[in-house]
Design a protein around this ligand. Structure first.
Ligand SMILES: Cc1cc2nc3c(=O)[nH]c(=O)nc-3n(C[C@H](O)[C@H](O)[C@H](O)COP(=O)(O)O)c2cc1C
Length: 192
């Protein structure tokens, strides 16, 4: 087993270690709407729940290589709203595709042939057919890191879900290192 001190290691290795040790990560497949009305869709795996009352989630949105904001980051800052779509097996490939760098005026939803449904309380729609979707309003944005990244704290204000998701999460997709994913299959229930 190797041991390193982060302060002495190359950044490339440090990033690789985070991507490959903090696993599996849940995936927030986020829909936002630009000020001009374009529906944007992109996946984010630096994502998790942080509190339940109120229900707060956190997602970490980096910048592009040229330092500009990603469309999701820009839309979230401009509109204060987003929807987290939960990814199931049938959406794995298209979710991965939606992580490519599409121009801001191109809607990934349209380009990838996805259908959407209106949200209850926010403008961004949810993706039709996903097992759950969380409508969120931005509570706070923290700029962390030397790049820096936008760490967005969102309050979940409405939830759409399939009843069966409360019994089993089979088929839900998570992120591993590299371009690898995991699909929940082998659940272990330790209930008495
Ligand atoms: C599964 C997956 C997870 C990702 N997680 C993140 C993440 O947590 N933070 C981030 O900044 N980018 C992440 N990305 C990259 C963004 O999805 C990518 O930069 C995308 O082009 C951003 O799109 P946008 O400009 O439409 O917001 C991820 C990509 C994939 C495929």
């Amino acid at each position: 087993m190797r041991s390193i001190k982060v302060s002495e290691a190359e950044q490339k290795l440090v990033s690789k270690l985070i991507f490959n040790t903090v696993v599996p990560r849940p995936i927030a497949w986020i829909t936002t709407v630009s000020a001009g009305g374009v529906v944007n869709l992109a996946p984010f795996s630096f994502y998790n729940a942080i509190t339940t009352k109120p229900p707060l989630i956190l997602v970490s949105i980096g910048k592009r290589k040229d330092g500009s904001l990603k469309d999701t980051g820009r839309n979230v800052r401009e509109t204060g709203e987003f929807v987290v779509n939960v990814v199931s097996r049938e959406f794995l490939e298209v979710m991965h595709e939606s992580g490519r760098d599409f121009p801001p005026d191109v809607s990934e939803v349209e380009a990838l042939g996805l259908e959407v449904e209106d949200s209850l309380l926010v403008k961004p729609p949810r993706i039709k057919g996903v097992p759950a979707a969380l409508e969120c309003k931005v509570r706070e944005i923290l700029e962390l890191g030397s790049t820096p990244m936008d760490v967005v704290v969102g309050e979940v204000v409405a939830v759409h879900y399939l009843e069966e998701l409360l019994e089993t999460q089979k088929g839900i997709v998570g992120r591993l290192g590299g371009k690898r994913y995991i699909i929940v299959e082998d659940e272990v229930d330790l209930a008495d």
